[in-house]
Design a protein around this ligand. Structure first.
Ligand code: ADP
Length: 364
């Protein structure tokens, strides 16, 4: 049976049961109440009244029954109309939810339900809208990701095609184009491995091996890695002169990967003669790492977006510089290790800051 007749008949059944109970209770209790009034009348009328007592009692009972019987059709009618209105309201909400979920299943993620009040059906409609919104976002992400991957591949592939045609036409020689071909192939390889890493990191599928190590050792390892590259570019790399032991509980290799990414970015965006400063500080329950550069800075409107996949401030920048997912990977790794990655920036430079947990009694 459909929902509306089921609800309506349910309401009607409740109404009928309530009426039957009302009748039964009135017949049972009314004589007791009336007896008192009858007694008063009998007293007033004197000896004649005593003879009238059975008539008086009968008359009152008849009046009560008559009034109840006359009122029942109207009461049932009013109750039935009310039952129909409330049933229809419930059915309409359920119908909207049902249509909405069908639309979602068919891929129409833009579908939303109207506000349905404060009751459970209203809450259900609001939860539906939250679900639809997050599905819509996932779908937009998926479409954007496909577009971005295509875009990222197109540039190195176009270059490879140009070199191959140059070789085939005899315009270029193999020794001339070999380094350029290698550079483009490496860009594609890096894109492939970054893509696979970003999907694994975002799905939480990267195994972390947490241990307790010194924050200073981490800074040292990262600085050693980049020493030559910084010197070649004429950018000074500063790290804390005094090694204070700051114990951190995290995955050393992944933390080094995050720091390396920030150092590579800082180097890329800091002109020769500039400075990049590495630091680590203890804060409540955490150690805060900072990579501060005197580079180009990031305009405020881009700051929140640079952690998105493939987001670049300068969209026209050469692709071989980076695949645009470094910060996405870094932020996911830091989050998985129990920390936060954030950035502040001004035209005088940027500071990337991330936290990692200190050892706790559970993880000494
Ligand atoms: P990419 O591979 O392009 O470097 P990232 O995810 O590492 O990708 O960085 C995203 C974007 O954030 C970069 O393209 C760049 O525009 C901006 N960015 C990152 N670090 C810095 C920095 N230290 N100074 C200025 N801009 C930066």
């Amino acid at each position: 049976m459909k929902l509306f007749p089921r609800l309506f008949l349910g309401h009607l059944l409740v109404i009928l049961v309530a009426l039957a109970a009302l009748f039964g209770l009135a017949e049972l209790t009314a004589p007791g109440f009336y007896r008192h009034h009858v007694e008063q009348m009998v007293q007033l009328l004197g000896p004649e009244g005593r003879a009238l007592r059975p008539d008086l009692e009968r008359g009152m009972r008849r009046t009560l029954t008559g009034a109840l019987v006359a009122a029942v059709p109207f009461a049932v009618l009013i109750a039935a109309v009310t039952a129909s209105v409330t049933s229809r309201r419930i059915v309409r909400s359920v119908q909207l939810l049902s249509d909405g979920s069908q639309a979602l299943a068919a891929g129409q993620y833009g579908r939303r339900l109207p506000d349905a009040g404060r009751d459970e059906l209203g809450v259900l409609a609001r939860n539906f809208n939250v679900l639809a919104r997050s599905l819509e976002r996932v779908e937009q992400d998926r479409v954007a990701l496909l577009g971005n991957v295509g875009h990222e591949l197109r540039t190195p592939l176009a270059a490879l095609r140009g070199y191959t045609e140059g070789l085939a036409d005899g315009v270029m020689t193999a020794p001339q184009v070999a380094p350029a071909i290698l550079r483009e192939v490496r860009a594609i390889e890096r894109l492939a491995s970054d893509l696979s890493l970003v999907s694994r990191v975002e799905a939480g599928q990267v195994a972390l091996h947490a241990s307790t190590f010194s924050a200073h050792d981490l800074l040292l390892a990262a600085a050693d890695r980049f020493e030559d590259a910084y010197r070649e570019r004429g950018v000074a790399l500063h790290r804390p002169a005094h090694a204070t032991p700051l114990p951190v509980h995290a995955d050393f290799d992944r933390a080094l990967q995050v720091l390396s990414n920030l150092l590579a970015n800082a180097l890329r965006h800091t002109p020769s003669g500039g400075r990049v400063t590495l630091n680590a500080d203890a804060t409540a329950g955490q150690v805060t790492f900072a990579v501060q550069d005197t580079g180009s800075g990031i305009p405020p409107e881009h700051l929140t977006r640079i952690f998105e996949r493939f987001y670049r401030v300068d969209a026209a920048r050469t692709r071989s510089d980076g695949s645009g997912v470094g910060l996405t990977i870094a932020r996911s790794l830091v989050l998985q290790m129990g920390g936060q990655l954030s950035v502040t920036s001004s035209p005088a430079g940027s500071t990337f800051t991330f936290t990692l947990p200190r050892p706790s009694p559970a993880h000494p």
